[in-house]
Design a protein. Structure first.
Length: 445
């Protein structure tokens, strides 16, 4: 492919924006109830939302530790790292680092979806791909998965299980949002990283945690330059997708905890995006047949309305959430596609890539790369409509083994698994619930 691919992408974006502009007039009635909020009022809501989700304020010291450094190829190395989160726990992470950085470099944080962790193919591929572009990429295990599971298994789903005695299930979602914020702080703390060029990429459940982590980010975090969502971004209203379903701890309970926003449950999405607009742009890459997006018919008209309501709150149309649609595509993380790479390059300015290079890269189907390398893909997601059909930029990237993607030496992990696992977190959360100061979060060691 040539530069024509870039021009076609830009034309498609312009077409979508033109459609959105035309549709905006049809949705003006939906914005009449939107309340304009001052910056001070938005900040008060941000602080209160962090309290409602039991997110630490201040966030704990990172106390980052590096266990090992391994070469991937001539251009990329990986580092085995942990950093701190709530109640003194540790988050295991794999960090992809360009071997030959050019000055200060951008950084990217990947926030995984259900069944995902730093061993998921899309986390591995995204890490290697954008480290080749010259960025530092942080991938980590969500609570209850891989090194944060008592079984050390992937797709364990421990964070979805009921926790006896826990009154505020939103604490689990708050932990996962705080983990994302700590990953962002870790990325910004690295000496080679330009803290003004940080992006966060969230898939599915991770899209929810990403938009909340960026919207609720306080002064301890850098301004997040770019947010890229896939299989999500549709922050909808009461009794719709994010309020319902089996994912109570990580999604429904934390979303419902924000019902205090002015305007109630239907105002949560616009207010969260209004908070996000203070730092930078957001792009949602979604499929037109993604059941998460289409269950409540949340296609482009929904996002037009969301943009209008967000603009009514802020009084500005700056940094409103953008959209890009893949026709006849289902649920998938599209971070490594040509469209994603071009948009990220416009925001982060990759040291090693130009738009022309991105437009000329060949592509590979995700299922073919996974088959060649044996890197893990979640059950049922190898099919064409879902993750298997993603056309990823093809730089002939190698696979990584599960051993290479294990951050903490197992002997070290076995000394005290409670430092990493969700069951290790639960007694602290229950103890906090039993005190009169249950809104006060963890004590930092």
């Amino acid at each position: 492919m040539t530069l024509l691919a870039k021009l076609e992408f830009q034309l498609r974006v312009l077409c979508v924006k033109a459609v959105a502009f035309a549709l905006a007039f049809a949705f003006l009635h939906a914005t009449t109830h939107a309340q304009t909020l001052t910056p001070a009022q938005l900040e008060q809501l941000r602080v209160r939302a962090n309290q409602a989700l039991f997110i630490d304020s201040p966030l704990p010291p990172l106390a980052a530790r590096t266990y090992a450094t391994l070469p991937v190829n001539d251009n990329v190395r990986i580092e085995h790292v942990t950093f701190a989160t709530q109640f003194g726990q540790r988050v295991p992470a794999i960090v992809y680092v360009p071997t030959h950085p050019h000055g200060k470099v951008p950084a990217i944080v990947v926030v995984c979806g259900h069944g995902g962790d730093k061993s998921s193919w899309y986390a591995v591929y995204t890490g290697m791909l954008y480290a080749t572009a010259g960025a530092v990429v942080v991938t980590y295990d969500p609570a209850g998965e891989f090194e944060r599971s008592v079984t050390r298994a992937s797709e364990a789903g421990e964070h979805d299980k009921p926790i006896p005695g826990l009154t505020h299930n939103e604490r689990v979602g708050g932990l996962m949002i705080e983990d994302a914020q700590q990953a962002i702080r870790y990325a910004a703390s690295r000496p080679e990283v330009d803290s003004t060029r940080i992006a966060v990429l969230g898939y599915s459940m991770g899209s929810f945690h990403t938009i909340l982590a960026s919207a609720l980010a306080g002064p301890q975090l850098p301004k997040i330059r770019a947010v890229l969502l896939s299989g999500g971004g549709n922050l909808d209203g009461a009794e719709q997708y994010w309020d319902t379903g089996h994912a109570v701890n990580c999604q429904a309970a934390p979303y419902r905890a924000l019902d205090f926003f002015p305007g109630g449950g239907d105002a949560r999405g616009p207010i969260l995006y209004a908070l996000r607009t203070r730092s930078g742009p957001t792009l949602a890459l979604n499929g037109t047949e993604d059941s998460l997006i289409t269950k409540f018919n949340e296609l482009e008209p929904f996002f037009v309305d969301l943009r209008n309501r967000t603009a009514a709150i802020t009084g500005s149309r700056t940094n409103l959430p953008e959209t890009f649609w893949y026709d006849q595509v289902g649920h998938r993380p599209s971070f490594m596609t040509r469209e994603a790479a071009l948009w990220l390059n416009h925001q982060l300015h990759f040291p090693q890539w130009t738009d022309a290079q991105i437009a000329a890269f060949p592509s590979v189907r995700a299922v073919d790369w996974v088959t060649q390398t044996s890197v893990r893909i979640s059950r049922g997601y190898h099919v064409e409509k879902k993750e298997g059909g993603i056309l990823a930029l093809d730089l002939h990237l190698p696979g990584l083994t599960r051993e290479q993607l294990t951050a903490v030496p197992e002997a070290e992990w076995q000394k005290d698994p409670t430092l990493y696992t969700l069951p290790g977190w639960i007694p602290h959360a229950l103890a906090a619930e039993s005190t009169a100061l249950s809104s006060v979060q963890s004590k930092h060691p």
